[in-house]
Design a protein around this ligand. Structure first.
Ligand SMILES: NC(=O)c1ccc[n+]([C@@H]2O[C@H](COP(=O)([O-])OP(=O)(O)OC[C@H]3O[C@@H](n4cnc5c(N)ncnc54)[C@H](OP(=O)(O)O)[C@@H]3O)[C@@H](O)[C@H]2O)c1
Length: 280
């Protein structure tokens, strides 16, 4: 049956591909855009599929309310919300400034929390609905150089776990997608590095260079095709019932098991060998 789905962060990557895949499968898709000026790009990617663009910066309360109000006016219901919008931030934790940390937490944790909260009354009334959170493998394993991002995705994991239990009481299902690395704009157009991480005189500079090189090489060599995540999101929207966590992508299951079962001391020794300073 055709579902009414709201997906956030649809300019590129998982959001764009999920919106297209869901529309291709016959669902009614509302695609949130932080910058509504990108609606034409979305329409071009959708190639005539009926995808409804929406101005939706997840950090703006007025836009969240307007988006939900419009969908309920036009469709009378929202069957699924895909909280996909997110930002990353590279930089060692000592280098990050408070405004930078807050912005990541706002977009990756408070935004999805507030949007979900706003959608729930309509879902509860029908005693059905799905909320899909796009987390990350960084929500399972905290790697150096991406501590702020890891903090945000760990917070999203904890919040999602609590919410899964709470929402089950009203027939609403919350699931968590945990992608490993995929080739999306998060590593190119949307690549964000803390201001201080660009200081060549910082004691962290040789490690910033080293990490930058290994992340670039890893993305080039082994990052997955983001369409895999779009297919998973679509399956979760369509499934009657789903498990809570869904690791996806290159080595995702192995990394999930590593985080859970390998003693932390072993992981730390392995990471210390990998994190070598790069002379300028
Ligand atoms: N790619 C990966 O390897 C990977 C791995 C694990 C998890 N993830 C997660 O997957 C999700 C999607 O990322 P992606 O890889 O597809 O990257 P992406 O191509 O950069 O897409 C991120 C999307 O989020 C939007 N966005 C950013 N801030 C927003 C805000 N305040 N309100 C609404 N939309 C906002 C961006 O819009 P603009 O471009 O207009 O700013 C963009 O459409 C994120 O939550 C990310 O953390 C990605």
């Amino acid at each position: 049956m055709s579902q009414v789905v709201l997906v956030t962060g649809c300019r590129s990557g998982f959001g764009l591909l999920s919106a297209v895949e869901l529309a291709r499968r016959g669902h009614v898709v509302y695609a949130g855009l932080r910058d509504p000026g990108c609606a034409e790009e979305l329409a071009a990617a959708g190639r005539g599929l009926p995808i409804h663009p929406l101005a939706l910066d997840v950090n703006q309360a007025s836009q969240r309310d307007a988006a939900i109000g419009r969908i309920l006016d036009e469709q009378g219901r929202i069957d699924a919300l895909v909280n996909n919008a997110g930002v990353a931030l590279g930089g060692f934790l000592e280098q990050v400034e408070e405004d930078e940390f807050r912005q990541v937490l706002e977009t990756n944790v408070l935004g999805p929390w507030a949007l979900t909260k706003a959608v729930l009354p309509a879902m509860r009334q029908r005693r059905s609905g799905k909320v899909i959170m796009v987390g990350s493998m960084s929500g399972r394993i905290g790697l150096p150089g991406v501590g702020v991002y890891a903090a945000s995705k760990w917070a999203l994991e904890g919040m999602s776990e609590s919410w899964r239990h709470e929402l089950a009481l009203f027939g609403i299902e919350l699931t968590l997608v945990e992608p490993a690395q995929f080739k999306t704009d998060i590593f190119t157009r949307n690549r964000r590095i803390a201001r201080n991480a660009q200081d060549p005189d910082s004691p962290w500079a040789p490690y910033v260079r080293s990490l930058d090189k290994s992340v670039r090489a890893m993305v080039e060599r082994s990052a997955g095709d983001p369409v895999e995540v779009a297919h998973l999101v679509t399956r979760l929207v369509e499934a009657k019932k789903s498990a809570f966590r869904h690791p996806v992508g290159p080595n995702a299951w192995m990394r999930a098991m590593l985080g859970r079962y390998v003693p932390f001391g072993l992981t730390q020794r392995f990471i210390a060998r990998w994190l070598v300073p790069d002379p300028a």
